[in-house]
Write a protein that binds this ligand. Sequence first.
Ligand code: MEV
Length: 425
Amino acid sequence: MKTNIRSSRIGGFHKLAVDQRVKAVAEFAGLSLDEQAHLLNTGNLPSDMADHLIENVVGTMNIPLGIATNMRIDGLDWLVPMASEESSVVAAVCNAARQCYDNGGFVTSMSGTLMIAQIQLVGVRDPEHARIRILERKAEVENLCNECDPILVNLGGGFRDLEVRVLKTQSGPMVITHLIVDTRDAMGANAVNTMAEAIAPRISEWTGGQTNLRILSNLADRRLARARCIWRTQDIGGESVRDGMISAYHFADADPYRAATHNKGIMNGISAVVLATGNDTRAVEAGAHAYAARKGHYGSLTRWEVTAEGDLAGSLEVPMAVGLVGGATKLHPTARIALKILGVASAEQLARVIAAVGLAQNFSALKALATTGIQKGHMALHAQNIAMMAGAVGEEIDHVAQALIQAGKVRLDLAEKALNDLRSR
Ligand code: MEV
């Protein structure tokens, strides 16, 4: 076996310029000059901006940006940018939206723009007493929190409420304080984390305990985006399709193995818009899955029913901590353009559009699964990917993909052969 003499201990790596880091990595991994040049071509995200967004940057990772059409939400038409590497995801939203467009499209709402920051207090002998002592200081907590972010307060946000819980844990009782803060158009992580860090020493003072963690909760259940929609049974292929979709939903809601896949499909849509707008996909995903398990059983994020008229009614309720200000949302040039395409006036509006996309995604997945299966649609796009892997470019991609579909086999070796045949014609 070859001995590995390469060292990952590259002192001062973070201080190097991007091109110097690429050289260091190239030496380590044996990257060719072409591969190094590829990394240095950062496309439409300038290298110095990338270098400021994260650490140790050596390039950018381009993901296709597609547009979901046919979306009618709250009586208005929207074009929705979606960033995803997965085929069929954008098409699924367009198809679902087309099938409900004439019936009015999606209706959305939001519970508010409240985020929660948690402060963990340990080492108190009388946790119930400590809880009350903290709650007594609500006015002081409010002032301290609002002093941390006067701009947010000027924009109509700021501290809203104080909740304190006594938690039984493996290391004894803990007193957990929740600061509930309206973060308006910001996702709010920075705002609430700053507040939690400012309040923590006071909590120690008031209770005699020690504060430990001070951090937001991604279970943003005071920031729920809701979407609902009715698909007329005649527009979706009849009662058997409708009933198959309801049965698929019942399966997901009863079985975590299926619910994980069902919700993953919903997140295909949600995360694609979250990413396109420069928001934090992991925060939204963590919130969604925690919310799906909030009753102690991991179930479906969507609900599907038959209306009194016999139509298919779908709804989705999901935590949606997204913002229009702060982080990559304002910095990333593509995110800025994506937000312009959307034309949303507030973080709330963005969250509501995203919920509609999640519901649309789930509609298409359930419909495909309950009828033809997803492979048929997937295969057409997969064939194109395989054609590109075989080296097809431009018009060749469709020719090669067609050849694979006609052969009924989507394989790389067959794609290479089809491409050779095409080029030698
Ligand atoms: C694939 O990325 C997503 C689906 O598996 C979702 C689902 O099964 O509901 C099609």
